[in-house]
Design a protein around this ligand. Structure first.
Ligand code: KIV
Length: 254
């Protein structure tokens, strides 16, 4: 049976993996929705750079800035009384410069009060991860499909050599001290092998059911974002239609 954790910490997430309890994670970017997500009992709220797509309407995650991410994070942190709040470091705020990575992470932690940061990449960004960790800032890794640098969205680690590299990257991140790793669009079997090979919790998105937890973009699972509909994202509601109907009724009333 899942324990009734009052407040989710990185230690609680580890305890959940060790007890084989699944970890739930959703994105949020604003106070109102984050409050609903937190009250519903989600374990981790990700202030994802997917805000660039679903909040700002950009085609990619590249344009969102550190200032924008901090603005979203401040609103989410105010709303979350149980969930662990993780904030994405946006494109350009950490790659190739570990000192910049640390400065960006410190800004997120000081200005928003978030609990952790997330960065995309493996061995190639390990200097940044290690430097952030020296400041005592908890880091979540992100491997597999990396939206900040991906040329196209396709399933990762289909070839066995890619699977071996992915496992190697996961081991590098684990050794550095990340508390968890997101795996995006990785084949179900590879996600299972890696989940069984690392001690830290793995969180999957489009990577099958064998990870220690699952994450989705909240707009996708609520059916609010009509522009892109990822195949792997189960829709639990058709909220855009519900909202449209409500607004139509209002217009008729007026
Ligand atoms: O930005 C985001 O929403 C993410 C998830 C896709 C994991 O990084």
């Amino acid at each position: 049976m899942t324990k009734d954790y009052k407040r989710i910490t990185t230690n609680v997430l580890q305890e959940m993996k060790d007890n084989k309890e699944k970890i739930s994670m959703l994105t949020s970017y604003d106070f109102t929705l984050a409050k609903i997500v937190d009250n519903a009992g989600i374990d981790v709220i990700l202030v994802g750079d997917s805000a660039s797509n679903v909040m700002a309407g950009h085609e990619t995650t590249l344009p969102i800035t550190l200032d924008h991410m901090i603005y979203h994070a401040i609103s989410v942190v105010k709303a979350a009384s149980r969930a662990l709040v993780v904030v994405d470091l946006p494109f350009g705020s950490y790659q190739g410069d570990s000192k910049k990575a640390l400065r960006s992470s410190i800004r997120i932690m000081k200005e928003s009060g978030a609990h952790a940061v997330k960065l995309e990449g493996g061995g190639e960004i390990i200097d940044s991860i290690e430097r952030i960790l020296t400041a005592g800032i908890p880091v979540m890794g992100h491997l597999g499909l990396l939206p900040q640098t991906a040329e196209k969205y396709s399933v990762q680690a289909k070839k066995s050599s890619d699977a071996v590299n992915l496992l190697e990257d996961a081991k590098i991140l684990e050794k550095a001290g990340v508390f968890s790793i997101v795996f995006e669009m990785v084949t179900r079997d590879v996600a299972k092998i890696i989940t069984e090979s690392v001690k830290v919790p793995t969180i999957g998105i489009g990577s099958g059911i064998n990870c220690d937890g699952q994450v989705l973009v909240v707009h996708d699972m609520l059916g609010m974002f009509e522009k892109i509909k990822p195949k792997f994202a189960k829709r639990y509601l058709n909220l855009s239609e519900e909202i449209r109907n409500a607004i139509n009724s209002y217009v008729k009333d007026v």
